[in-house]
Design a protein around this ligand. Structure first.
Ligand code: TRP
Length: 331
């Protein structure tokens, strides 16, 4: 069976973008068709300035929201990265295969490092080595497919390169993974800046709908979304990014085609209103389930513990094999 791995970083509250772009598909499709692992990658949240209490809270919340959005621990393996030591053990070996220059060329590193330095802060070494840990996340499970957004494709490419290089140097050990993109990729953009992604780390932006936003907050954010000059409703990412984003969101909520939907609207107001209601309805069951799960924290903990146990069983033989291949004496 195809093995799928993906991760979500607890650096901010999860958004409609995370849900429509990734989580919903994990629950509706991937966990049914593949041997899937979904991971709250908490170690990755330590690569930039962080508050320990916040990371703890967001990690628990991300796991709870993944369950609330339909991941079923009977069908997939849901766990927290730091609970499975094999990730960091393998990461070190991969650091011995990766080159310094390769790391410095990573686009996300360059952007984030520039941002940190711009703020007068220092850049953590772990920000540089982060893609190696991500490669370990993937390779340690013999992963075939990694469903990720475009911003992560370069990192998956690196994981492929490291797998191939390790196998060539030390003998066949790793499966060479590939990044996959859902056929109907819902790319949700920021409501206030529809040319940039609705990312979770952009703090309290009025352009971001969070999965736990109250219905009235959702409505307000969508009604205030920036639209484009002109007043007809057309689907055109380049010329009409604002309206197109609303059409994409509405279409994703309703399983419809955004082009076709555009024909049904003659005003921005009506489109916004329908989009707002569709998002409220989309989030309602997730929020209800989240509330129930929050009232049963012991259950969530049990799921995560069992998930980590299963993940460890899969990961351990792979890391042991890599240790032997690279020249370390068996313990
Ligand atoms: N780097 C990913 C992100 O920022 C999160 C991540 C970490 C990940 N490890 C992974 C995604 C492994 C897929 C597979 O979104």
């Amino acid at each position: 069976m195809t093995r799928v791995f993906s991760g979500i970083k607890p650096t901010g509250h999860l958004t409609l973008g995370n849900y429509l772009g990734a989580m919903r598909r994990w629950a509706e499709v991937d966990q049914h068709r593949a041997d899937a692992l979904f991971c709250v990658v908490d170690l990755h949240a330590l690569t930039v300035d962080h508050d320990p209490a916040r990371v703890r809270r967001l990690s628990r919340q991300a796991a709870t929201l993944l369950l609330a959005s339909g991941l079923d621990p009977e069908l997939c393996t849901l766990f927290v990265q730091s609970h499975v030591d094999e990730h960091t053990r393998l990461s070190y070996l991969l650091e011995c295969v990766a080159a310094d220059g390769e790391m410095r060329r990573m686009i996300q590193y360059k952007e984030k490092a520039a941002r940190e330095q711009g703020r007068g802060g220092s850049v953590r070494l772990s920000l540089l080595t982060y893609p190696v840990l991500m490669a370990a996340d993937i390779l340690v499970y013999g992963t075939d497919e990694v469903p990720v957004g475009d911003d992560q494709r370069q990192h998956v490419e690196l994981a492929r390169d490291l797998a191939v290089r390790f196998n060539q140097r030390y003998g066949h050990t790793f499966v060479v993974p590939r990044a996959t993109r859902p056929e109907v990729a819902a790319r949700v953009m920021n409501l206030q800046d529809p040319t940039s992604k609705m990312g979770k780390s952009d703090d309290m932006g009025p352009g971001i709908v969070y999965l736990l936003d109250e219905p009235d907050v959702v409505r307000k954010k969508i009604m205030r979304a920036v639209t484009d000059s002109g007043s007809d409703v057309v689907h055109d990412r380049e010329a009409r990014p604002g309206v197109t984003n609303l059409l994409e969101i509405l279409a994703a909520c309703e399983g419809a085609d955004p082009e076709k939907l555009s024909g049904a609207y003659t005003s921005y107001g009506a489109l916004k209103k329908d989009t707002a209601e569709a998002v409220v309805e989309l989030l309602r069951p997730v929020q209800e389930r989240h509330k129930e799960l929050c009232a049963d924290a012991a259950h969530v903990e049990k799921v995560l513990r069992a998930g980590a146990g299963r993940a460890r069983e899969m990961a351990k033989p792979m890391v042991d094999a890599a240790y032997r291949a690279i020249g370390l004496l068996p313990a």
